[in-house]
Ligand binder design. Sequence first.
Ligand SMILES: Cc1cc2nc3c(=O)[nH]c(=O)nc-3n(C[C@H](O)[C@H](O)[C@H](O)COP(=O)(O)O)c2cc1C
Length: 203
Amino acid sequence: MPGTKRILRLDASANPAESNSQKLGDYLIRQLKQANSTVETRTRNLNQELSFVDSNWIAANFTAREERNADQSARLEFSDQLITELNWADHIVLTTPMYNFGVPATLKAWIDMVCRAGVTFRYGANGAEGLLKAKRVDIVVTTGGAPLHSPADFVSGYLKHVFAFIGIDDVNIIGADQMNVDAQASFARATAQIEQHYPAVAA
Ligand SMILES: Cc1cc2nc3c(=O)[nH]c(=O)nc-3n(C[C@H](O)[C@H](O)[C@H](O)COP(=O)(O)O)c2cc1C
């Protein structure tokens, strides 16, 4: 339907039943739905259907599409599917905890599947060029003790860089950091950031 907002939701917490980042993602999507009359949402739990880059995957990706054999095409199928989802969406909501100062391995595996030479980025005369266009990303990041944007934060800057690399510059980080210090204050900070971007619409 024209005018429909297409939201791809990606959840990276390994603990979905009690995930604070997912609770905040739920809230963000509720606010987005209020602000947009027609919203279509697809959700991907990054803990399911994992796939990692290996030598066969790399060889397949560096073989021209029309020259790939059936095995090579099959090896790229999951990556193709993830990129199709990204292309479909005009708004991405990513929820992720910090694990050991970086992103969960599941999220890194997703990143490795969607950063595809010749598909989502290419190198030209001016260096790297991202090939995805006109998309916004909201990223909810939770941490236990590390303050976001501190030297211990290898999540927010990294994710901004990766999305810009594939062409998505409109990246908004919603921080619910230091949950183990004061969870209530963390939630309050994050919900205030969400409401600042997506204010509730009066009925
Ligand atoms: C395996 C693991 C590693 C973690 N590593 C860190 C870390 O390096 N720094 C930090 O501040 N918090 C760390 N935490 C705490 C989580 O980031 C925090 O509990 C977060 O709120 C979890 O998000 P979730 O509730 O959405 O799963 C870690 C938690 C786990 C389970």
